[in-house]
Design a protein around this ligand. Sequence first.
Ligand SMILES: NC(=O)c1ccc[n+]([C@@H]2O[C@H](COP(=O)([O-])OP(=O)(O)OC[C@H]3O[C@@H](n4cnc5c(N)ncnc54)[C@H](O)[C@@H]3O)[C@@H](O)[C@H]2O)c1
Length: 351
Amino acid sequence: MKVITVHSERTYSIDIGREFTSAIHGLSENRERVAIIFSENMKEFIPVFDSQGAEYFYFAIPDGEEAKSIRTLERVWNWLGAAGFTRSDLIVGIGGGAITDFAGYVAASWLRGVDWVAVPTTVAGMVDAAIGGKTGINSDYGKNLIGAFHSPCRVVIDLAWLPSLSERDFAAGLAEVVKCGFIKDPEILKIIQGRTIADIRGSYEITHELIERAIQVKADVVSGDFKESFEREILNYGHTFGHAVELHSRYSLRHGECVSIGLVFIAHLSHDLGLISSEIRDLHLSILTGLQLPTSYSQGSWPDLYAAMKLDKKSRGNTLRFVAISEIGRTQRIENPTEASLKSAYERVSQ
Ligand SMILES: NC(=O)c1ccc[n+]([C@@H]2O[C@H](COP(=O)([O-])OP(=O)(O)OC[C@H]3O[C@@H](n4cnc5c(N)ncnc54)[C@H](O)[C@@H]3O)[C@@H](O)[C@H]2O)c1
């Protein structure tokens, strides 16, 4: 088992390759009550935990983004109230990023903050959503508008979850892993290059190494900048155009698929501006195509996507800002590029 430590408003460890049931038993010691929050469609995978002193409560909630609603939050608050949850009890979120975002926010809001454990079950959850302490739910006005920074007390990564994950979700999660390769860990790209998604999925060792490396990148970045003032922004490589596509597609594409398109967009933009070589630009395309991730988006119209990018939270004040790279593993920022250069990059990804 590999342990990676994150330093934020609290210090916590991410246990990679740890069997989750024994981890939860261990973390439940000395707790009176433990709430296990998971999505209804994962019910068959959730074991009955032995009490060992703690009383376990099982809260099945809707799947995916539906979990992250005010209605679901109210239901879970009521369950916690009825169960008599106190500040010394524990919340455990088991599921994809939607569930850990939700469970973390339940923990942040109940009694002004109780301990919680994240047990991510998707690649995206393992390398991204469960790490860094961002928790939240959606409002009718947009995704993740309600939330809090509230780090878990432990993240338990058990790769035994992954075989049941759809190929589409597995690949989408790898888009974030690829991003980590470009911004900080070139070894990730070397491992992925020339391998198919089946090669990666079929090998515990390769999957473990990629997930571990991506987690290390995120853990290092958030340890240096918990509340996203500047350094943490590098994690948004590929996300500015990616978020615009996500919004425009009305969330019909996976987040990671939109990031993949966004990575190709920023590669074209950076190359056009003379920041990266054509080899590095093409490496984005070949790696993402090799993982069967989308690299183009043809349903969009430029004015809509441009407007969405300007709205993106990364554009501060009047500044439209993109995280870019100057070489693999070295980031920089592009501020206020001309609309003509953006449109030209868009034309390349819209074919
Ligand atoms: N907090 C953060 O820093 C952060 C970062 C990135 C993304 N997010 C959030 O994460 C969410 C996306 O996460 P996601 O990509 O994991 O999607 P998700 O949570 O919606 O899960 C995708 C699907 O996979 C299913 N699933 C989960 N684990 C499974 C397994 N082991 N086997 C079979 N099916 C399984 C889920 O039920 C769901 O249908 C979004 O809500 C996004 O806002 C948060």
